[in-house]
Design a protein around this ligand. Sequence first.
Ligand code: CA
Length: 228
Amino acid sequence: MRILVVEDEPRMAALIRQGLEEEAYAVDVVGNGAEVLDWVETAGYDIILLDIMLPGMNGLDVCRLLRAKGYAMPILMLTARDTLPDKVQGLDSGADDYLVKPFAIEELTARLRALARRDGPSKTLELRVGDLVLDTATKRARRGGVPLEELTAKEYALLETLLRHPNQVLTRDQIIDHVWNMEFESGSKLIEVYIHSLRKKIDDGRAEKLIQTVRGLGYRIGRDEPAA
Ligand code: CA
């Protein structure tokens, strides 16, 4: 999952980035409301964390602008103010949820999981294909009920992205969009490296290989014969 964090206070932004990266999110940070649309047009963000009080353009106006442009990704508002009109305004501007500062990073990540569920293929914390199950809260995977070797943050992020689009070919660019941030160096072999290490943990020694390379196109996760 890739998140754009719109927050102008450097300390707060750094705390959020650290907390989210520990949870395997790919994070970009922008501090000026007027720049948000440019970022969103450049990358495929899964979720936007949006502070209300911002230089350039306030969060409410940013939210209205994104919705007016047709962007439908979940938006979670961050606000220092805890008054009813602010909450109502935030939701009316097109946000899906709001969180009042100060907050615990655990609450933030739980809200993000809830938003991803609302938007995603599964209404539970688990993503699955065949006998593979990934728990998005504990970040642990299992096959046929047997826990697999622990995943690194990037392996987890890659597996989660594939599982959110089961039986669908994802191109390299689509994978980069959801798993890496703006610091990704184009032309690098990182995707191949992580697909390789993920296969070792998911598919090695198993009759049914779930991660498939689609030559010239990208990768898909699914059963060999997708159920009709
Ligand atoms: Ca602010």
